[in-house]
Design a binder for this molecule. Structure first.
Ligand code: AMP
Ligand code: GLY
Length: 419
């Protein structure tokens, strides 16, 4: 098998896949210092689709799994399928559910999938005029992929106008800003529910919460995610059913009706409002860092699930989860999510309790097996426990034993679940 990507999400996928007795040879491109001990790292970038296909052919890969959104949006699944090579993930057209906020909004409006009230604009002047009539706070979203920076939750009209001008006039995200969605700001609890789907059968994973801001108490800039935990206490089986029946199943059906059947992981970013769950965003892939808190709870062989989806027979697989709690905390480089330096030695990884699972992201293997920092998010330190307090306690006991120059992490991941 081949896993594409090099973050902690991909290390978690590789780690889980490596546990399957069905997999004899496991590759990851490009991987990181953490995947070296469980797979062969291939030095190929996730966007180099031709080189990835060639490497997969050369290594006789039976199944490729895509981590990040960029290669999906660039059509890696279409490319592999044309060559007759099995690959897990949605096609380029189906990936629009993530790569175009306009596509996702139109789909939800047409099929009555609960989401914030929103209006689509392709001209700056009209969008700006509309904003004048709307109360703050208000949310402005660039249509296309913008490395997680294309959504502005504006607390004043001025801030919203500035965001709109940046996106549509100054084109700070390039053509991703040709269109925008302007939508009402929802209040409530934010949570992610991901599902496996082969386009027909939809099977939920366990819910997880993600922490986007860099500092404790949700202060500071937005990041790719500073930690995650599963399950959130408020997310009971009834809510899972509600999201399945009202959101995930209708979305998969809607995609089929639109002629863009959806296969892979469908990720619903939700706000649980007084009127029920509503969709803030869909993603076309596993979440990062949610995956690091979800996969340690998966009991079924992940390879059986992925294979069944590729073969359109997910209904034949029983997907089982354990009842444990899982917490993952991200250790980041000084300066992240702004600019940061890399190349600092990481120490203490050998001093951790055996039960801690460390998923690597921006790490690199140097000489004498020394591991160095190589990115903004460096590690996700994870543990499971019978209770959230136990899982959380294990992670925070072990984190101080790891060190690299300037490292920082949030101290409040899953805190609201235990206090
Ligand atoms: P998105 O990429 O669409 O998930 O947006 C990024 C973040 O912005 C989300 O995780 C939410 O915290 C926030 N957000 C997006 N849309 C809304 C909305 N309509 N109301 C409130 N917050 C939102
Ligand atoms: N955790 C948010 C994402 O994966 O997009």
């Amino acid at each position: 098998m081949l896993v594409i990507g090099g973050g902690a999400r991909e290390h978690a996928l590789t780690w889980k896949i490596a546990q399957s007795r069905k997999v004899k040879e496991l590759y990851v491109a490009p991987g990181n210092a953490g995947t070296v001990s469980i797979a062969h790292n291939l030095n190929i970038k996730p966007n180099d689709i031709e080189a990835l296909a060639k490497a997969a052919q050369d290594a006789n890969i039976d199944l490729t799994v895509v981590g990040p959104e960029a290669p999906l949006a660039a059509g890696i699944v279409d490319y592999f399928e044309r060559l007759g090579m099995p690959i897990f993930g949605p096609t380029k057209a189906a990936t629009q559910i993530e790569s175009s906020k306009v596509f996702a909004k139109k789909l939800m409006q047409k099929y009555a999938i609960p989401c914030p009230e929103g209006v689509i604009f392709s001209a700056y002047a009209e969008a700006s005029e509309y904003l004048k009539s709307q109360p703050a706070p208000i949310v402005v979203k660039a249509d296309g992929l913008a490395a997680g920076k294309g959504v502005i939750v504006a607390s004043s009209r001025e801030e919203a106008q500035k965001a709109l001008s940046d996106i549509m006039e100054a084109k700070v995200f390039g053509s991703a800003g040709d269109r925008v969605v302007i939508e009402e700001c929802l209040l409530g609890k934010e949570v992610s529910l991901l599902a496996f789907t082969d386009g027909k059968t939809v099977v939920p994973m366990v819910p997880a919460c993600d922490y986007k801001r860099v500092f404790d108490n949700d202060q500071g800039l937005n990041t790719g995610g500073m930690g995650s935990y599963s399950p959130p206490g408020f997310f009971d089986a009834k809510l899972t059913q509600e999201v399945m029946k009202g959101i995930l199943e209708p979305a998969v059906k809607a995609m089929a009706s639109e002629g863009v059947p959806y296969k892979g992981v469908l990720y619903a970013g939700l706000m649980i409002t007084p009127d029920g769950p509503k969709v803030l965003e869909f993603n076309a892939r596993f979440g990062d860092p949610e995956t690091q808190a979800i996969l340690p709870r998966l009991q079924t062989d992940l390879v059986d699930i992925l294979r069944a989806i590729v073969d359109n027979r997910l209904s034949e697989v029983t997907v089982e989860w354990n009842n444990e709690a899982c917490v993952g905390v991200v250790m980041a480089s000084a300066g992240y999510p702004g600019s940061y330096n890399t190349g600092f030695p990481i120490t203490g990884l050998d001093k951790l309790d055996k039960e801690t699972i460390v998923f690597h992201a921006g790490t690199k293997l140097g000489e004498n097996s020394q591991i160095y920092t190589d990115g903004g998010r460096v590690l996700t330190v994870t543990a499971t426990g019978k209770t959230m307090a136990e899982a959380r306690g294990k992670v925070y006991q072990n984190l101080p034993r790891i060190h690299f120059d300037g490292c920082h992490y949030r101290k409040d991941i899953a805190a609201r679940e235990v206090n």
